[in-house]
Design a protein around this ligand. Structure first.
Ligand code: SF4
Ligand code: ZN
Length: 708
């Protein structure tokens, strides 16, 4: 029997299982019973992506089985094993969908099951910046528990996102690995058909970031091949259904690496037999052309973006640098070259092992840099990265910034030998590595002596104040140039952000100063200078220079954008926006919803559903993705009347932006405590209740000109 037969047999088996699940679930719940995965606007995403069918109930799911069956043709042509493979993934999704029809939470710990649209989007930025260079789907079990753990950790330390399916999950659990979305090792499900959730994530990424339309088979597979660096590791013995799914993976451009030799063919770059499972990683990375950034840092624990989301609980904490209780701060300063000795790391005060276990300690961290291209404006750009850098160390958790930092050191990290100096090693290595064009020399001073820290903290506060004043003076009018950011084009090929002092990138991670520093670092890189000499309409924020830049950097896909309007040529969105703003027609205003909010909005749509209309680098007047900081900007929807149009926001978001938004509303419109006039989910989740509330508080939007 050859590979073709194995694929066809596998797809037959999966189809039979799908049909059986659907029939049994219909018998139990009836054809009209709803079927949906939670927190997605893409229906059953695999079926939707490949057939265009919007399945919402079991009857429709049953009907969708027909086109799935039709894709499982049996001609012995290569093309046919690929379409059969994709159809097998769709059948797998149908089986999973039945589980969710019966219960909204069919999976228990450790299994993750379906991934939400928010989780798909969360991957956007790190995939773009190559912090996540790729995905692996490991279908197990591996030959031994030890090998499973070793391979998973090795992928993790390379930043590769890991999905686990089948017996390898039990192995990971037995070995005590830390699992979950935040640490980028997701145990999807115990059965092969849970692979449907991974394919669902991939096709949603293509629809969200690449604006790939449903039912475009060729475009979909081209996008996944070119933009998503995934691959599969399938441990022997591999059954026919796995082989069939593997054919689907290959159709999407994802190589399959296996140690099963029975009736397997080698297909260069696509189906690779590697009998030594310990070499899976190397073979996989080579097959998918994934290059791993090497950062050699002299610390006793692992270092990878995979550990960024790691949480260290009180019980597992050796000590804590706690800015809420003690004097603490972190600061980056520009110095003269003569005053910086490269790679000097100094500890002034006691080291970690000289404190009682469980202590909360004082700590000041000063990173001093010198360089020809360094500017004081770049100090906060570097400093803001400390958070990401320190978090990448396994067993170290960093939150907050400035003099409100909190750094936890886990018992494991301490036992491995992690000491104060290592914080410096991390900061030194990363700053030198990532800012090579700006930073020629770097030294780090770590203070743990309480008196000294207290004194230095007061000085640091002066620096923070100075920077805040400087930022306030940076307005769109006060600068001569804006910047493009096209980082997200690796996913959203036609998307361009225009970054201005008062409008940061929609991901929230790129401010005007960041863009300026990026341009300095890499003059031919993603952030290019955009002049603003040819004003078309100041109120709209329309400039001929901006339009030219957008036209050029979107390769002609986009002709015009305005900086300050949501209605007329609004800026496009890639998919990684922190928030979405959308018109609320009854109140004449807009609502804003942030990615973290999973509940309903008064537009009758969740964040996910609104996001599905906003991403992919296309303009959708009335909807706009943006960063959180933009909400309190004086340029927020300036063309339509500014912040006074905001009628609803989730409560948590309101709390985050309250101070600044109140200040803006007061300054521009003389409104006191504006945030109290804005609805939230505790006040209204439907337009009528919202409108009543707005009337009661006398919200200003009600008196403005209609937007449409
Ligand atoms: Fe992507 Fe825009 Fe953020 Fe740049 S600024 S990373 S293009 S979202
Ligand atoms: Zn993006």
């Amino acid at each position: 029997m050859g590979l073709f037969d194995r694929v066809f047999r596998g797809s037959d088996e999966m189809y039979a299982l799908a049909e059986k699940s659907v029939d049994e679930t219909i018998k139990q719940l009836g054809s009209d019973a709803p079927v949906a995965f939670p927190n997605t606007a893409y229906f059953l995403a695999c079926i939707y992506a490949y057939t265009g069918l919007k399945v919402t109930n079991l009857g429709e799911l049953k009907a969708a089985l027909t086109p799935i069956r039709e894709m499982m043709t049996k001609e012995k042509r290569t093309q046919d094993i690929f379409t059969s493979g994709i159809a097998t993934a769709m059948a797998a999704e149908a089986i999973e969908a039945c589980k969710y029809a019966v219960s909204p939470t069919p999976y228990e710990e450790p299994y993750h099951g379906h991934m939400s649209d928010a989780e798909v989007r969360e991957l956007g930025v790190p995939l773009v910046t190559q912090d996540i260079p790729g995905f692996v789907v490991m279908i197990g079990p591996a030959p031994s528990d030890e090998e499973a753990a070793k391979t998973i950790k090795s992928y993790q330390s390379k930043g590769i996102f890991v999905f686990l399916i089948g017996g390898i999950i039990d192995q990971a659990v037995r070995m005590g690995l830390n699992l979950g979305f935040p640490v980028r090792v997701v145990p999807v499900g115990p059965d092969l058909w849970s692979v449907g959730h991974v394919i669902s994530l991939v096709v949603r990424a293509a629809m969200i970031f690449g604006n790939i339309q449903p039912n475009c088979y060729k475009e979909m597979n081209e996008y996944t091949f070119k933009r998503i660096f995934a691959f599969v590791n399938a441990y022997a013995p591999v059954d026919d259904m796995t082989v069939a799914c593997g054919a689907g993976a290959i159709a999407m451009g994802f190589p399959v690496i296996t140690n099963d030799t029975e009736d397997m063919w080698r297909v260069p770059k696509s189906l690779l037999i590697q009998e030594n499972t310990e070499d899976f990683i190397e073979t996989s990375l080579e097959a998918r052309d994934i290059k791993i950034k090497v950062t050699d840092i002299d610390i006793p624990v692992s270092f990878s973006t995979a550990f960024e989301g790691e949480i260290i609980r009180r019980g597992n904490m050796r000590l804590e640098i706690d800015g809420s209780r003690k004097d603490c701060f972190e600061l980056s300063r520009m110095r003269d070259a003569a005053d910086v000795e490269d790679h000097k790391i100094e500890l002034i005060g006691k080291d970690f092992d000289e404190f009682e276990p469980g202590s909360k300690i004082c700590c000041g961290i000063i990173v001093e840099v010198a360089g020809k291209n360094m500017q004081t404006d770049f100090e906060p750009v570097l400093e803001r990265k400390f958070h990401n850098y320190l978090n990448c160390a396994e067993g170290i958790m960093h939150t907050g910034q400035r003099d409100l930092i909190r750094i936890r050191v886990s018992n494991d990290a301490f036992d491995a030998g992690f000491r104060a100096r290592h914080l410096g090693e991390i900061l030194y290595a990363k700053v030198k590595n990532e800012y090579a064009n700006i930073v020629d020399k770097c030294q780090v001073k770590i203070y743990t002596d309480p008196d000294e820290v207290k004194e230095l903290r007061a000085e640091a506060n002066k620096v923070y104040d100075y920077r805040d004043d400087r930022l306030l003076s940076l307005t769109d009018e006060s600068v001569d140039v804006f910047y493009t950011c096209i980082l997200c084009q690796s996913f959203s090929p036609s998307h361009v952000c225009i970054v201005t002092p008062e409008r940061l990138g929609l991901c929230g991670a790129v401010s005007w100063l960041d863009a300026k520093a990026t341009n300095e670092l890499d003059p031919n890189g993603p952030c290019q200078v955009v002049t603003k000499k040819q004003v078309i309409d100041e109120n709209l924020g329309a400039y001929a220079d901006v339009n030219e830049a957008v036209m050029k950097y979107s390769q002609g896909a986009l002709e015009r954008v305005t900086l300050y309007s949501i209605m007329q040529d609004p800026m496009t969105s890639c998919g990684c926006f922190e928030c979405i703003c959308g018109i609320e027609p009854f109140s004449n205003g807009v609502i804003i919803v942030n990615r973290e909010h999973t509940g309903m909005t008064p537009l009758g749509m969740t964040f996910s559903e609104m996001a599905s209309m906003t991403g992919g680098g296309v303009q959708t007047p009335g909807f706009m993705g943006h960063g959180k900081h933009f909400i309190s900007s004086k340029k927020f929807m300036k063309a339509e009347g500014g912040v006074q149009r905001i009628v609803w926001m989730p409560k948590a978001l309101k709390d985050t932006v309250a101070d600044k938004l109140n200040a803006t509303a007061k300054e521009l419109y003389g409104i006191d405590n504006f945030v109290d006039m804005i609805g939230d989910e505790t006040i209204a989740e439907d337009p009528e209740t919202l409108l009543n509330f707005l009337g009661e508080v006398g919200h200003p939007a009600l008196g403005l000109d209609p937007m449409m």
